[in-house]
Each structure stands twice: as structure tokens, then as C-alpha cells.
Design a protein around this ligand. Structure first.
Ligand code: G4F
Length: 343
């Protein structure tokens, strides 16, 4: 039986990846930070809480990382732990660099000390391309980070590549474009949209408040992407792969698709921060712009080219963004209708 260690197992990707690896016959160890109460709602929803072993690890402490590797001797590590909020990284750039980049050095050094045969998956991100908006980005595209988050992820990406080349570690960077699901954190825009629209569909009258609705993202379904992570780790040779759908739509269009799934037909009026949207069927105001959600530097468009993953991993996304918006909206509607808390 192979052992996988997943840092950040309580997040969206950690939960889907854990379920996939359990189904593949792995022993799964997940790290979590020390806290009075660990939120395992995603593992609970997938019905796998009792099937994973949780270890308390602080990624800022080298000794913690070393100990967990020595104790469990994993065959594979999936480093998904991060300060993953792009907006927050403008407020906490130093913590973001520590948690997302220096922590990766700790992990890489610990692997070298404990067992250089351990394989590492590093969660890289499309945010690294940030300012490259004119082309669809692949593994060899130039990086142009536009936030402290993106800068930290470029540093981690480079460190991982360097350890592969300098120390011959089996390390892969998975450059994942935005990937969403009903398990997405409620602060990210897609889930913020679906939770608020579901609330409105159930009679609440407070409009959804968003920042830049013209930003365009290449959104895929997170579970598809977690399968892709595992495929990278089963290759004979380590490499970096982009996972993406190849199609981008705007935040505005995501709102429209999610609203349609809840039987709302939106019409937009006004411009810039004065723009609003109402439901043509009821006349109710559904969306307002709130400049508080604008970012100091915005990534306007991201589109990925996953042809290498398609060819070498036989990977392809299975769910379209329209299906995804509908799936998320229905799930949140049903959660709220049954009285469940939105987490
Ligand atoms: O959902 P978002 O916060 O995701 P973002 O910034 O693209 O980053 C996510 O995906 C990356 C790629 O996989 C990850 F690396 C990263 O960790 C994270 O998971 O924002 C998407 C877009 C942005 O352009 C943002 O400005 O939506 C825009 N937006 C407009 N109004 C908003 C809002 N974003 C948020 N979170 N909240 C708003 O009210």
C-alpha cells in the first residue's frame, strides 16, 4: 500500500484528492494546522473523514515537517497548503511568501534529508502568468505575477524545478487554472456567487456584491483537476503540467449561468461601479458592484493550454463551466433549503 501525505487536506483540492487516492488504494495522511477546532466539513461531505489520518503540522516550522516525514515515510507528498487568497496577499505579503514559498524550501530540504525517493507534487497556479493576457498560457509561457500571492507561487515553482534539476528529486509543478466545485471556499468568487444567488432564490433580498465582473477566468471542475495531480505523480519522469479547459468566461457570465440554473433571468444596467443587475421575472435587484472588492492590481484574463497534459497524461476536463455553475448553484440552494450552514 502506498502512502500519500497531503498538506492542506481540509481544503477543496485536499478533500477531492484524498478521496481519489483512497479509491486508488492509498493510505492517506493529511496535515492540518493546530487549532481549537479543525473544520473537516469537506471530508465529512465526501464521507472520508474516518478514512484519512490527520497530523498536526505547521508549515512554518521545519521540525514539524521533518517529523511528519520521518513518522509516516510517505511515497508521495501533495503540497496543497497555502495562503491561497490573492486579495489577502496584498495585505499579508510576508506571511504569504513564508507560507507559500519558504515552506516549499522546508519541504524540499526535508525530503532530501529523510528520503530523496519521496515524490512531490507542488501546487503551482495560473496566477503566475497574471499579466500575460494576450495568449493562452502553457508550461513554457513567461511568468508575469501581479500579486504577492503570484510572486510567492513563482518562487515556489522555481524552487521545485531547481530541486528536480540540481538534486534529481521527483518533483512536479501542477500549474492549475481556476478550479471550482461545491466544496470551494465561500470567499472565492464562484462560490460567493452561488451561495448568494441561492439565498436570493430562497427569498432573501440583499443583493450579491462583487468587484470586477469583467475579469475572465478559465474555470474547470476541481475534482477533474485533482485526478490530474495524481496522474502527474504516476509518470516515469517528473515534469510540469498545465491543467485548464482552454476557455475563459467573465465573472459576469458566471453570474448569468448560475442565475439561470436558479430560474433567474438577469439584465444589467449602468456602468463601472454603478452597474447593477436585476431579475427580469421579478424586477428584484440581484447584483451591485462594490469597489471594496477591487484589487490593487487585477489579473484581467487567464486562459490555459493543457495540450501537454492531454497528450502525456491523457487528461481532459469532463465538466463545462456552464454545468459547473449550475452544479454549484443547485448544491448551495439545496444546502440552504435544508437549513445547512454555508461553510
Ligand atoms: O475567485 P477568485 O478570488 O480567484 P483568483 O483570484 O482567480 O484565484 C484563485 O484561483 C487561482 C488559480 O487557480 C489560485 F491560484 C488562487 O489561489 C485562487 O484559488 O477571483 C476571480 C476573479 C478575480 O479577477 C477577482 O477580482 O473574480 C474577481 N472578483 C470580482 N468580485 C472577485 C469578486 N473575487 C472575489 N474573491 N470576490 C469578489 O467579490
Amino acid at each position: 500500500m502506498k502512502t500519500a501525505l497531503i498538506t492542506g487536506i481540509t481544503g477543496q483540492d485536499g478533500a477531492y484528492l484524498a478521496r481519489h487516492l483512497i479509491n486508488e488504494g492509498y493510505r492517506v495522511i493529511g496535515t492540518k494546522r493546530r487549532s481549537a477546532s479543525t473544520n473537516t466539513w469537506r471530508l465529512d461531505e465526501l464521507g472520508i473523514t474516518e478514512r484519512v489520518e490527520l497530523a498536526t503540522v505547521e508549515m512554518l516550522e521545519f521540525g514539524n515537517i521533518l517529523s511528519v516525514l520521518q513518522e509516516f515515510r510517505p511515497d508521495e507528498i501533495y503540497n496543497l497548503a497555502a495562503q491561497s487568497f490573492v486579495g489577502v496577499s496584498f495585505e499579508q505579503p510576508i506571511f504569504t511568501m513564508e507560507a507559500n514559498a519558504v515552506a516549499v524550501y522546508r519541504l524540499l530540504e526535508a525530503i532530501r534529508i529523510v528520503d530523496p525517493e519521496i515524490r512531490l507534487y507542488q501546487a503551482s497556479t495560473s496566477e503566475m502568468y497574471g499579466g500575460i493576457t494576450t495568449e493562452s498560457c502553457g508550461e513554457t509561457s513567461r511568468f508575469y505575477p501581479k500579486s504577492p500571492y503570484a510572486v510567492s507561487k513563482v518562487a515556489a515553482h522555481m524552487a521545485t524545478t531547481n530541486y528536480r534539476e540540481a538534486h534529481q528529486l521527483f518533483c512536479c509543478n501542477g500549474i492549475l487554472f481556476n478550479h471550482e466545485s461545491p466544496l470551494r471556499g465561500a470567499e472565492f468568487v464562484t462560490r460567493k456567487i452561488t451561495t448568494n444567488l441561492a439565498r436570493l432564490a430562497l427569498g432573501d433580498d440583499r443583493p450579491l456584491r462583487l468587484g470586477n465582473i469583467d475579469a475572465r477566468r478559465d474555470w474547470g471542475y476541481a475534482e477533474d483537476y485533482c485526478h490530474g495531480m495524481h496522474l502527474m505523480m504516476t509518470r516515469d519522469n517528473p515534469a510540469d503540467y498545465v491543467l485548464a479547459t482552454g476557455t475563459a468566461i467573465s465573472v459576469r457570465d458566471f453570474v448569468i449561468h448560475a442565475a439561470e440554473a436558479l430560474d433567474m433571468q438577469l439584465e444589467f444596467d449602468g456602468e463601472g461601479s454603478e452597474e447593477t443587475a436585476h431579475d427580469t421575472r421579478t424586477g428584484r435587484c440581484i447584483l451591485r458592484i462594490d469597489p471594496e472588492h477591487y484589487r490593487p492590481a487585477e489579473v484581467n484574463t487567464l486562459i490555459g493550454d493543457a495540450s501537454k497534459a492531454r497528450q502525456e497524461l491523457d487528461w481532459a476536463p469532463k465538466i463545462s463551466v456552464v454545468e459547473l455553475a449550475g452544479m454549484m448553484a443547485h448544491k448551495d440552494y439545496n444546502r440552504l433549503k435544508s437549513g445547512a450552514a454555508i461553510l
